[in-house]
Every structure is written in structure tokens, then in C-alpha cells.
Design a protein around this ligand. Structure first.
Ligand code: ZN
Length: 217
């Protein structure tokens, strides 16, 4: 069961299409695992569509009826082909992530970031936003850090906790510059997360601080 859902303002931003790609990817992946968030996005999209209709009534073109009748005779446009993915990929990654790994988790380009941490880059916007997969070894901690902007962390497998909460598959953690934390993977299974950052994190622990100039997660 999902206990940590995306906050309303993120769902609203997603429905309005105003989020940068990395943030939108994490929200879409969360919604693929959380029926309640998916329903709320659809509700907000309908609401937004209704508001646009009310704000800007489109003038009917003179030939609108002819065009509508002609359209009835046309074959239904075929839906866009669903992205394909291997069974292992489907088991780990929500559908919105499949295109980023070409439908196969064997394409994930993991890079070691320390003895217990791997990351794999997925998407970056020019203004410093990024999305990546994060794998923390079972029972191990990520370095203590704070944030220069919003950090969204969606759990895909395993689970992690920090001082405040426990997060499992489908849960999303929202952190910002007011939060300084040490996420720790639960024992038994590596924790794999999908993360979006507005800006690189800042390490605040005694060892991590040394890495600040060199590591840009
Ligand atoms: Zn964080």
C-alpha cells in the first residue's frame, strides 16, 4: 500500500504540463504505481481542460460541420504503439521509465559512487534538473546531505528509511533545502529508487563534505 503520495501541488503541476522533464518523469512513475495519485491527476486534467474551455471559447469555423462529418468517415487513428519492455524491466520499472532504458534494465548504465551506492543517469534539463536511478546496498546508508532545491525520491524496489519515515515501493519522498537527512536502505534487499533533483545535493557529513566539489549527483 502506498503511504507517501505525491503532494497535490506536484500532481497539479504534472496535470498542467508545467513540470521539468525529470520531475514529471518521477511523478508519472509514482502515478503508475499509485492508483489514487493517477485518479487525482486525471481529475485535475479534466478540471484544467474545463477551465481552458471556459476561458477561451474556440470560434466554430464555418466548415466545422463538413469537417466533422468527413472525420466520421475516416478510419480511427491507430493508438501510438505501447513501448515494449522485458519481463524483468516491467517488474522493476513503471511504464513511464521504460523508454529511458530502451525497455531493458540491462541497458541501465550503473556507475559506482562509493562502496554501497550506484547511480544511473536518465535525463537532464539544461537548467540543472536531473533524473537518475539510485541503488543503495541493503542495510547501508547514503551519505548525509541537504538539498539546493526539490528532491523527489520514488522507491522502486526494497525500502529505505530516514529519521522521520519508512518508504517502500511506490512511495515518494519530497525533500527540500530545509531537510538534512541520511537515507538508509532496509536490510535484506538493495533499495532502488528513481530520483529527480532540481539542483545537485550538498553533502553535510564529515566524509561526504570532502566529496562536494567532485560529486554531482
Ligand atoms: Zn535527500
Amino acid at each position: 500500500m502506498i503511504t507517501h503520495r505525491a503532494p497535490e501541488e506536484l500532481l497539479l503541476g504534472y496535470a498542467a504540463g508545467s513540470l521539468p522533464e525529470p520531475t514529471a518523469l518521477v511523478v508519472a512513475a509514482h502515478a503508475a504505481l499509485c492508483p489514487e495519485s493517477a485518479r487525482e491527476i486525471r481529475r485535475l486534467e479534466r478540471l484544467g481542460g474545463g477551465m481552458l474551455d471556459a476561458l477561451a471559447p474556440a470560434p466554430l469555423r464555418a466548415d466545422a460541420l463538413d469537417r466533422a462529418l468527413a472525420a466520421l468517415d475516416m478510419p480511427e487513428p491507430s493508438p501510438a504503439p505501447a513501448p515494449a519492455a522485458t519481463p524483468e524491466t516491467r517488474a522493476l520499472l513503471p511504464r513511464p521509465v521504460w523508454p529511458y532504458v530502451k525497455g531493458d534494465i540491462r541497458n541501465i548504465a550503473w556507475r559506482a559512487r562509493g562502496p554501497h551506492i550506484h547511480t544511473a543517469h536518465l535525463a537532464t534539463e539544461t537548467d540543472g534538473h536531473s533524473a537518475f536511478l539510485l541503488r543503495v546496498k541493503a542495510g547501508r546508508a547514503a551519505p548525509r546531505h541537504t538539498h539546493r532545491g526539490l528532491e523527489l525520491t520514488l522507491v522502486l524496489s526494497g525500502a529505505f528509511h530516514d529519521a522521520a519515515n519508512l518508504y517502500a515501493r511506490g512511495d515518494i519522498q519530497v525533500a527540500d533545502p530545509t531537510i538534512d537527512h541520511v537515507p538508509i536502505a532496509e536490510a535484506g534487499e538493495d533499495c532502488i529508487c528513481l530520483v529527480a533533483l532540481e539542483a545537485p545535493i550538498r553533502f553535510t557529513g564529515p566524509i561526504g563534505r570532502l566529496a562536494n566539489p567532485f560529486v554531482k549527483l
